[in-house]
Design a protein around this ligand. Structure first.
Ligand code: ZN
Length: 442
């Protein structure tokens, strides 16, 4: 069964950044089979027509780093110093269960799809629940089970996440939409021996690894005093780095770190809004991109970045980077769109399959309604996407050739039912949070 998106401005994000005004995209099954101008569209036969109505038709966004199930905790413990260790870890250790992970994942999936995200990379506990939700919604994702040196919500043993991940990977490996992965939390929460065991297993099983890296000041100080070098240099000497690593944050990196990451093929998930919110240094993401590294954008979890869509990150990315550099030439609007689409595809090792609208690629496509007052008039398409559009301007989201959202309505999911479940579970969380708040602030 074919589908044809007609009457759109096709922002392809291919190598030459081709834009086709008044164009169409033909989809056969889950793949793009033809792109062209409306005047060249031959009789589309029995293809189902999707009218873009003059809007922007572009590749779906790729969110390279998040913890989607944390949406049930969104807004808790804001502005607390050392929030990860004083608030988030105790919250997860004491009340997080499979049900919360499932409900949180479903809530975030609605937000992601409505915001035009078609692929994301997740790291959390009970990741099998996330995978089932992703499958129900029809999204594409890299899903990593978190591994920690302490007992965690789904494991009574330190590093129990390794065994969970092995089971999880054997269950989901080969799935058309889900790429299972290992997710050691960070080099400061996993020791060298376990990191190398994970690297060996990831090679053996042919799966990616995703990990927070060079994100915390205490992490940098710890590696400096223990080894006299940065975590990135330490991990390279150890033989841990590879093109299979999706590294989140990379805030505290110097020029030599960038060369090390580049020569090892490590992908960077730049979490511009979450980093700004937590008062960290601005990551040198444009320098990484310029050096030829794979760079994409991530929201981080809904406690850190609060929202999950990538569209809102684009403007923050250019504005924060320009301000930090005191130079408006450091990154362009088109580069921001590239990082949010093709860049993310490269980081996740999916550049041959997604990230652009090209013949033979998977049909992960969105439509942005440009007739809205907050976007009109449109003189420059990249500017319209990066500086004017909001997630609510996304009116169609397609993943793998399937329409998941049209006219802001989810096709296969009852949004109201999900929100009722969220409301129910939030009562329990609120009670516990009040107690935790007292403890954390005392
Ligand atoms: Zn994170």
């Amino acid at each position: 069964m074919k589908k044809c998106i007609i009457n759109g401005v096709i922002i392809t994000m291919d190598d030459s950044r081709n834009i086709i005004e008044d164009g169409f995209v033909m989809i056969d099954g889950n793949k793009i089979c033809e792109i062209g101008k409306m005047s060249d569209l031959k009789a589309s036969g029995d293809a189902e027509l999707i009218d873009a109505d003059g809007g922007i038709v572009m590749p779906g966004f790729v969110n390279c780093h998040t913890h989607i199930s944390m949406s049930v905790f969104r807004g808790l413990g804001e502005d607390m110093p050392d929030r990860l260790r004083r608030y988030m870890f105790p919250m997860e250790d004491e009340i997080l269960d499979e049900r919360m992970v499932r409900i949180g994942a479903r809530l975030s999936l609605i937000e992601l799809i409505q915001g035009g995200v078609t692929t994301f990379c997740d790291m959390y506990y009970f990741e099998d629940e996330v995978a089932k939700a992703v499958k129900d919604f029809g999204m594409r994702a890299v899903l990593g089970e978190t591994i920690l040196s302490k007992p965690s919500p789904d494991s009574s043993e330190p590093y129990g996440g390794i065994e969970y991940a092995k089971r999880f990977i054997s269950k989901w490996k080969g799935d058309s939409l889900i790429t299972p992965a290992f997710a050691p939390h960070a080099p400061y929460t996993c020791d060298d021996n376990h990191l190398m065991e994970i690297r060996r297993l990831a090679d053996e099983l042919g799966v990616p690894i995703t990990m927070h890296l060079s994100e915390m000041l205490h992490e940098m100080e710890e590696f400096d005093s223990k080894y006299g070098r940065t975590p990135i240099r330490h991990l390279e000497d150890m033989g841990f780095l590879s093109e299979k690593l999706i590294a989140a944050h990379l805030v505290y990196v110097d020029d030599e770190d960038i060369m090390v990451l580049k020569r090892n093929g490590v992908g960077a998930a730049h979490n511009v809004v979450a980093n700004a919110k937590s008062g960290r240094k601005v990551s040198p993401a444009p320098a990484m991109h310029k050096a030829g590294m794979k760079v994409g954008l991530g929201t981080d979890g809904p406690m850190s970045g609060n929202h999950q869509d990538v569209l809102s990150l684009l403007g923050y990315y250019t504005k924060i980077q320009k301000q930090a550099a005191l130079d408006n030439r450091i990154c362009s609007a088109a580069e921001a769109v590239e990082l949010g689409t093709m860049g993310g595809a490269r980081v996740l090792g999916m550049a041959d399959e997604i990230g652009s609208i090209e013949k033979g690629k998977k049909a992960d496509i969105i439509i942005i309604d440009t007739s809205a007052p907050n976007i009109q008039p449109v003189y420059d398409y990249y500017s319209a996407i990066v500086y004017a559009a909001h997630p609510h301007n996304v009116v169609m989201t397609m993943v793998d050739g399937k329409v998941l959202m049209s006219g802001r309505k989810l096709m296969a999911m009852d949004e109201k039912k999900v929100l009722e479940e969220v409301s129910e579970v939030s009562k329990e969380i609120r009670t516990f949070a009040m107690e935790l708040d007292r403890r954390a602030r005392s």
